[in-house]
Structures are given as C-alpha cells and as structure tokens.
Write a protein that binds this ligand. Structure first.
Ligand code: SAH
Length: 264
C-alpha cells in the first residue's frame, strides 16, 4: 500500500517519467513539501484530475505531495466492513466511528504539524478562495471523504474535525469535493502555476469577478474583440478591465461587494 515504509528516497528520486498514480507511492514523504492526505474508500480516484496539467506537473516535480489513504484495510472482520445501519433507524449506511478512528490515527501520524483536519460535508462551512489561501499558506491538509449517509458524529466531535462543504448540493462522496479544494489550494502554492498563468488578478483575488477574456481570431462569427484590447494602450486596457470586473460583480455577485465593506 502507499504507506508501506520503503528505502529512503531523496527528493531527486522524483522523476518526470513517473505516472501520476506512482507519484502517490513515493516514500517517505518529501520533508517540508505541502502534503494533502485523503482518507477515502476510493483511493484509485486520486490523483484524478489533479494529476493533469499544472497541478499534475507540480506533483511530478515534487512541488506538492498527495497521499490517498484507503479506508478499507481499517475495516472490521474478514470483509473489512466500514459501515453500519443508522442508530435510530432510517435509510442508508453510516461510516463507523471505530473504523474511521483507526484510519485517522494512522493518517495523523504522517500529517504535518498544523495541517487542518477536515471532513467534507454538505453541512460544513462553504469553501471559498479565502479558505484556499489559508490552506495554501499552511503545511498541507488532511481530508476525510464520506460516503453513504456520512460519518458517525462522535468521530467529528472527538477529533474536533472541521466540516467543509463544496456548495449547497449533495454529492455521492467527498472525493470530487476533495479534488476541487486541493486544486484551488495547490494552484496558489509557489511554483505551481509558473509563468503560464497567474493567480494575481483572478476572480476573488481582489474580491471581484474577473473581466472577460478574449484571444485570436480577432473576428469570429461576425464578433470582434473589444477595440480597447487591441489598442496596445496599457492604461486604458487596465481601466477597461477594472470597469468590467466591477460591472460584472455588481450584476452577478453584489454580495461580494458588500462583503468588502465589512470592517473585519
Ligand atoms: N447524509 C448527508 C449527505 C451524505 S452524502 C447529508 O444529508 O448531509 C455522502 C458524502 O458525500 C458525505 O459524507 C460527504 O463526505 C460528501 N459530500 C456530499 N455533498 C458534499 C458537499 N456539498 N461538499 C462536500 N462533501 C460532500
């Protein structure tokens, strides 16, 4: 399994020829590297989309590290059962406290000091860019993916786990939410976006939505790129973008503008 101790590797052992899945098998962990650990019944779902493009390249280069911890081996009995029927009755199954407790204890041993312990849950605090920034500035994150009806409440209470939601909808499991949140955090880490993109003037970075973007061809289906963007006049381009950002935010997300007024 991914966390079987093996011979010691230096950072140089990370080579670009490794497949994304292999990248999670690297042991021991690269010290000081931002580490996302995910407790999941579906470790094969990782790195998933995180293994592609800029996050995947950064993962290959060892700029951040991902470890999927399979919940199944912590299960009970011959069949490694992880769930049971809800106390008090009702539909579905609940992930057992004893099983998840063992998986958490195991995972916390390799969690960097200060990494938040998070249960992905529609009842949680809504994930946003500020949270992504907080996570990116820390040493990493440990995420617990639920399945079925969710997780026994005692585990959440015992470990003082933060509940975080991807949005006001219900997913089948936490894995997609985990990948979305890790993506949002990792791309803010130094060296991940590189020169190819910048996180500086994106949506939410200054509390506003981003201005519209255009690229070649200059004329498409009778539609032209706004003339100002082709003027070469940097000052005017900047002003136009700023005005567009403000208009869009006012129209679509007035809540963001009022958030800015909050004297927090
Ligand atoms: N019975 C729960 C939903 C369980 S959905 C309820 O009504 O609140 C199964 C799992 O999917 C959850 O344990 C959680 O880990 C994950 N999940 C579902 N929706 C999510 C969301 N919006 N954000 C983050 N995780 C979510």
């Amino acid at each position: 399994m991914s966390d079987t101790p093996s011979r010691s590797h230096g950072r140089k052992s990370i080579t670009a020829s490794l497949q994304p899945r292999d990248l999670m098998e690297q042991n021991p962990r690269l010290s000081g590297v931002w580490l996302a650990q995910i407790i999941t019944l579906f470790p094969d779902a990782f790195p998933g989309v995180l293994g592609e493009s800029l996050t995947g390249k950064a993962l290959k280069e060892g700029a951040w590290q991902l470890k999927a911890v399979d919940l199944r081996p912590f299960g009970n009995g011959k069949h490694r059962n992880v769930d049971d029927t809800p106390a008090g009755g009702g539909a579905g199954m609940v992930l057992r406290a004893d099983v998840m407790g063992r998986a958490i204890d195991h995972t916390l041993r390799s969690a960097p000091e200060g990494a938040p312990l998070v249960y992905l849950s529609p009842r949680g605090k809504r994930f946003d860019q500020a949270m992504a920034r907080d996570w990116a500035q820390g040493p990493g994150v440990t995420l617990i993916c639920g399945r079925f009806e969710g997780l026994d409440q005692r585990v959440i209470d015992h470990y003082a786990i933060q509940e975080v939601s991807l949005g006001d909808f219900v997913l089948t499991g936490g894995e997609i939410a985990a990948q979305a949140m890790i993506d949002a955090a990792v791309r803010l880490r130094p060296g991940v976006l590189g020169n190819e993109a910048s996180a500086e003037d994106e949506s939410f970075s200054d509390g506003l939505l981003e201005h519209p973007q255009y690229t070649r061809p200059a004329e498409w289906n009778g539609l032209s790129i706004p003339a100002v963007l082709q003027s070469g006049h940097h000052g005017e381009i900047e002003n136009w973008r700023k005005a567009q950002s403000q208009d869009l935010t006012r129209q679509r997300r007035p809540d963001l503008l009022s958030d800015q007024d909050d004297p927090e």
